[in-house]
Design a protein around this ligand. Structure first.
Ligand SMILES: [Zn+2]
Length: 265
């Protein structure tokens, strides 16, 4: 590729960062170009944002970035991370959902594959959060902005990784990790809202079971149609927030069943 004259080589400021992929922290064995050489003319002509850098890069990120047309390091980093996260989605899920301690209970072949997933998931998580490094290009120092660490709060406890927060929340609030993870995504990426939503579901389910059972018992005892009892009770409850199921049944008895019996007698 003869695009080199337009590009500045990105050189790590610190020796430790030599031969390191700027995007994911793996060993660099090739270069990425921001912008890609085939779009160089476009960027030169349009002055669209671009940094004209030749970037140390691992073969995997390089491969992922082949389809990326972006001109800036930030855009290319996000693109590469996105591809990486998709490629290793399964391992990332395993890493989030399992702990080493849970492996003991599994049979050999499952344990073996979960173990491999855990390892790959941990590695991928590290690559995805790699911040890049300080570098020099065309004689100018660039300090990488280390983004403020992200935290996950679970009712007053703070965790630096999603995995730890999920583990804690699932144990502390006796909620299965799978449904917690789902609810987390549905509730603004917020553990507290997710746990509340799950508890609300559980309470509703219990309430409905109670409603069904008590209405059926009542109907049997007083020789009423279950559907009639159910409908009336639901109506009373919807009209009166403070009423309990037993109170609603009592009310039904006093206002409908007893008067009807009296007429019949
Ligand atoms: Zn890489």
């Amino acid at each position: 590729m003869t695009a080199a004259p337009h590009y500045h080589l990105l050189v790590p400021t610190y020796r430790n960062d030599f031969n390191t992929c700027f995007y994911c922290g793996c060993i660099a064995s090739t270069h990425d170009y921001a912008p890609p050489p085939q779009y160089l003319e476009f960027y030169l002509a349009t002055r669209e944002p671009s940094e004209f850098l030749q970037v140390p890069c691992c073969t995997e990120c390089n491969d992922h970035l082949k389809a990326c047309k972006a001109g800036t390091l930030d855009e290319r980093r996000r693109y590469a991370a996105d591809k990486l996260a998709k490629k290793y989605a399964k391992a990332l899920t395993i890493y989030e959902m399992w702990t080493e301690a849970e492996l003991a209970a599994l049979d050999f072949s499952l344990r073996h594959s979960i173990e491999a997933g855990l390892k790959l998931g941990a590695e991928t998580t590290e690559r995805l959060s790699y911040p890049g490094f300080d570098f020099e290009a065309a004689g100018i120092e660039h300090n990488v902005q280390h983004t403020a660490p992200r935290y996950f709060d679970v009712f007053g406890e703070r965790f630096s990784t999603f995995r730890e927060a999920l583990e804690f929340a699932s144990r502390a609030y006796r909620v299965p990790k799978n449904s917690l993870k789902e609810r987390f995504a549905e509730n603004d990426n917020n553990f507290e809202l997710a746990i509340q939503a799950i508890h609300k579901d559980v309470a509703e389910k219990e309430f409905n079971q109670q409603l069904k059972k008590q209405c059926t018992d009542f109907a049997r005892q007083h020789k009423q149609a279950v559907i009639f009892v159910h409908k009336q009770v639901e109506r009373y409850l919807s009209e009166n927030d403070d009423m309990t199921i037993s109170e609603a049944l009592q009310y039904l008895y006093d206002t409908r069943v007893k008067p009807a019996n009296a007429i019949r007698d």
